[in-house]
Design a protein around this ligand. Structure first.
Ligand code: TYD
Ligand code: MG
Length: 467
């Protein structure tokens, strides 16, 4: 009887249970049956079949089993606050998005399109880090030769960088436990799998399980971990969004890989400000940081051109000059087009409605295209005034002066609302040689600034009059 049984069960599934489940790629929730819509997050067509084999054997070393000792309730003041010690990655721009350097024991997810420069950035950072701490670079995508050749071509000092080509998470962790690196890189999380599950690497449950083991390892040993994650065509991280909840910091490469500049944005950070951006320049010698990004996102026209407005945005903790370009042309469509690149499209529709209602200028028969130069994304409302002025300038074919910078939020009642850190933005404009600014009245500096004409506006109509 026993012989028949063992012949019927295959290899390592002995003593294991196989179960088919359906995972949502959006929220990571599990359902026993397939359905067109996820019952938890309501997304459509996101349930993917997965086979799970839960083994009863304790395959994970007890160190990673998640057992953290006796639990006890304590007083919050009794918990000793340890100041997170940070290590520099060698790139001040990367340190900036991390919140001032890499924190020991933190898990950082780096997402981005294929070919945007994730592996390049990490091999450069690891080379710099290896001079101070132990480092281990685990590659599941490229061969050891490829990684080594790239490092060599980039002229990096890599004598202390340890390399590993492995994709099974338990083996990675067992080897990491021997090496005891201070910083561990997993390139990429989609190639890593665990034996405990039977589904293919890259599937939702594999990515989630493997990441859970790695994050747990980071917390228990104080190792900082970088996880590389690919982004799907729809812009979501391939695999569940749950990954974002598990890690401490999520960094995204923005823009497209055809542009020369790379912008990295912190969309979540337990150790620093979100929306902080780091700007890099992709050269034949790898990524180089751009410490003065204001200079690159503005296309300094010789003569004033219509539809172009310079705005001062503040991404994270640093003000930055960016150029907003608009093109307004007569439309022959029943629904005129509202297209934005680097901006929220609904916001544009709203601003055009405010312009019509409170500025008396209608664009319902016009196609409106708005673009932020250089592939940056501006998510803050301080761009409102620049968007409206650029659209107006394009429609009337009236250029604005080249020495003018603007910022300000527009309210639905046609009022210009103040934005945060107005003084800092004005200072940035002055530093780059701008002679005029249009700002919300509440952001007007108390003292006049030498060589700067400040036009403070309270209503949208006042701003339009400046054109
Ligand atoms: P890579 O880091 O391999 O991308 P990812 O890991 O995000 O998939 O980057 C590859 C791209 O970067 C490739 O298109 C070529 C470009 N690149 C350079 O322009 N210069 C360089 O020095 C390197 C290493 C890459
Ligand atoms: Mg890569």
């Amino acid at each position: 009887m026993a012989a028949i049984k063992s012949a019927g069960s295959k290899g390592n599934t002995q003593g294991a249970r196989r179960k088919t489940v359906f995972n949502c790629t959006e929220c990571g929730s599990q359902a026993p049956k397939w359905a067109g819509q996820c019952g938890d997050c309501g997304a459509w067509n996101t349930l993917i079949e997965d086979v799970i084999t839960t083994s009863s054997g304790g395959k994970i070393p007890p160190r990673y089993s998640g057992y953290a000792g006796e639990s006890a309730v304590c007083n919050i003041t009794d918990v000793k606050a340890i100041k997170a010690s940070r290590i520099s990655t060698g790139f001040s721009e990367l340190d900036r998005v991390l919140g001032g350097g890499l924190v020991n024991g933190s898990a950082v997810l780096i997402g981005g399109d294929p070919g945007i420069g994730k592996s390049t950035l990490l091999i450069q950072a690891i080379a710099a880090l290896s001079q101070r701490v132990g480092t281990l670079y685990v590659t599941g995508e490229e061969s050891l030769q490829q990684v080594s050749m790239r490092a060599h071509r980039l002229g990096l000092t890599t004598d202390k960088v340890r390399l590993l080509s492995e994709t099974q998470v338990q083996r990675i962790l067992a080897l990491a436990d021997k090496e005891k690196p201070g910083v561990l890189v997993i390139d990429s999380i989609q190639t890593v799998y665990t034996d405990q599950l039977n589904s293919a690497p890259g599937s939702v449950s594999q990515v989630r399980e493997s990441a859970a083991h790695l994050v747990q390892y980071a917390k228990q040993t104080g190792t900082a971990i970088f996880l590389v994650g690919h982004v799907t065509k729809e812009g979501a991280l391939a695999g569940p969004r749950v990954l974002e909840h598990m890690v401490d910091t999520v960094l995204y490469f923005e823009g497209d890989s055809s542009s020369r500049y790379r912008v990295i944005r912190a969309v979540k950070n337990r150790f620093g400000a979100v929306n902080e951006v780091g700007v890099f320049d992709m050269s034949e010698k790898g990524l180089r940081e751009v410490t003065n990004p204001s200079a690159i996102f503005v296309s300094r026209h010789e003569k004033p051109v219509s539809g172009s407005v310079i705005m001062v945005t503040r991404e994270g903790t640093r003000p930055m000059l960016v150029e907003v370009q608009a093109l307004v042309t007569e439309s022959h469509l029943p629904n005129p087009r509202r297209v934005t690149v680097g901006l929220d499209q609904n916001r544009l529709a709203m601003l055009l409605a405010v312009l019509q209602r409170h500025g008396g200028i209608a664009m319902y028969d016009q196609d409106v295209f708005v673009n932020i130069v250089g592939g940056v994304r501006v998510s803050e409302t301080a761009a409102d005034l620049a968007v409206i002025l650029s659209a107006l300038s394009s429609m009337r074919d009236k250029p604005l002066p080249t020495d003018l910078a603007v910022f300000g939020e527009i309210g639905l009642a046609g009022e210009i609302r103040p934005v945060q850190n107005g003084q800092e933005r004005i200072k940035e404009a002055v530093q780059h040689g701008y002679k005029r600014v249009i700002v919300p009245l509440a952001n007007k500096p108390a003292q006049p600034i030498k060589g700067l004409e400040v036009i403070a506006v309270q209503r949208l109509v006042e701003a339009i009059e400046q054109l």
